[in-house]
Design a protein around this ligand. Structure first.
Ligand SMILES: *Cc1c(COP(=O)(O)O)cnc(C)c1O
Length: 419
């Protein structure tokens, strides 16, 4: 790809971009003078689609007009509302609809999945995570170990090599070949939240399964960002949130994937509630528990419709564009961002995210030496919204749904001035 470092070029790319119209489908926060922020934190909280309000209003109206009858009478009947999300969500993560459900929040789902899939024995009980795992995942794993009577030190960390930041699959291979007999579970971030590294899920599944370890993936930074092909990867389970790249609002619900090979396994221990009971007889209220097949068999409660309405608004938009078109733009836009950063003539700035477009999504993590958080503050004062991580990394995500080539150009122009 031949890029050019000029505003004219950036504007021309926006003109050529077949999905640039989507930016108008979002609320872009603005400064006091009405100028759009340069928003690069869709990896933390995605922006609000303009359609979200209408979707939520629909449910508020139906609630006002029908009360409890809305479960059947609402335009989108609440009783099986979660089913409206399943097919589109499954496409986004490359799964079969029966393998996916939307419910609860992410960390809660990780725990529920570990109830079923972390089944330690006296000798095979350790859990592998990345050394730079997201804190919530680490806490979840440590508390599961303790819950089962082990020590929080029974975590094995998959670490980058000395002096490096990215993970090497051969190092995971080595951990599993040496310690696999003691390892019950690998729980790995499919796209690392810090470096933006997109790992080879199929390889991870093969490595784990070669020593009979269960393989789970946290896809918080992957869903809506990259194409993880969850079904074909062969991993056992996954979970992700919907407020990052899936633009469904602060604290919104989580997606959950259980591979179809476990769909009918009634022997898996699991927690139960009325919502994973067979839906044909659920309202008889008397039957002994009869678990549903597939991912729905992990639900507990009747779902929060208002939050799901926001997810539906977002997924309907993803469905009109498709992950293929988004990924195509994403690679180009991120490539342009990388090109511009690399044009900055300074020893102090370095991108730690993989260079290979197949090993990353849209996030670039930029390491800036000889600076401190004041740089992040100055960026913010210039209406550039990024994410700072101590001691010296700025995480930026140009999101193909709403960021433009011009956004990226302006961002790097200002960054260069501030350095
Ligand atoms: C964002 C994120 C979380 C947050 O979990 P919640 O339960 O939704 O608060 C957890 N893990 C990872 C890897 C994340 O990126």
């Amino acid at each position: 790809m031949q890029y050019i470092n000029s505003l004219e070029y950036a504007k021309e790319q926006d003109n050529l971009d077949k999905i640039s119209y989507l930016r108008d489908h979002f609320h872009i926060p603005k400064d006091k003078n009405g100028k759009d922020w340069l928003y690069f934190t869709g990896n933390s909280l995605g922006l609000q689609p303009k359609s979200t309000q209408k979707y939520i209003q629909q449910e508020l109206d139906d609630w006002a007009n029908y009360g409890v009858e809305g479960h059947f009478e609402a335009k989108n009947p609440w009783l099986n509302y979660h089913e409206f999300l399943t097919e589109n969500m499954a496409k986004i993560v490359g799964a079969k609809p029966t393998e996916v459900v939307v419910m609860n929040t992410l960390t809660t789902n990780l725990h529920l999945l570990m109830v079923s899939f972390y089944r330690p024995t006296k000798t095979k009980y350790k859990i592998v995570i990345e050394s730079d795992a997201f804190p919530s995942d680490r806490y979840a794993v440590q508390s599961q170990l303790k819950f089962h009577g082990f020590s929080e030190n029974d975590v094995i960390e998959w670490k980058p090599r000395k002096g490096e930041v990215l993970l090497k699959i051969e190092d995971l291979e080595k951990i599993v070949s040496e310690h696999g007999d003691e390892i019950a579970l690998l729980l790995i971030g499919g796209v690392n939240y810090f470096t933006g590294q997109f790992l080879d899920l199929k390889r991870i599944a093969e490595i784990g399964h070669s020593k009979k370890c269960v393989v789970g993936i946290d896809l918080a930074h992957g869903a809506g960002n990259i194409e993880p092909n969850l079904h074909d990867s062969g991993i056992d389970f996954a979970a992700w949130c919907t407020y990052k790249y899936l633009n469904s609002g602060p604290g919104s619900l989580s997606g959950l994937f259980v591979h179809e090979k476990h769909a009918k396994n009634n022997d898996l221990p699991r927690f139960a509630g009325w919502w994973n009971h067979n839906k044909e007889t659920r309202f008889n209220m008397r039957q002994p528990f009869d678990v549903m097949e597939g991912a729905e068999g992990w639900q507990l409660s009747n779902p929060p419709i208002l939050s799901m309405a926001a997810i539906k608004a977002s997924l309907d938009m993803f469905e009109t564009v498709g992950m293929k078109a988004l990924t195509r733009k994403s690679q180009k836009l991120t490539g342009y961002f990388e090109f511009l950063i690399n044009q900055i003539d300074s020893e102090d700035i370095k991108i730690i995210t993989p260079k290979n477009a197949k090993e990353r999504g849209c996030q670039l993590s930029i390491q800036v030496k000889n600076t401190d958080k004041s740089l992040h503050k100055k960026l913010t004062e210039n209406n550039i919204i990024t994410d700072w991580r101590e001691p010296n990394v700025i995480r930026c995500a140009p999101v193909p749904l709403y960021n433009s080539f011009e956004d990226v150009f302006q961002m790097v122009l200002i960054l260069k001035k501030l350095l």
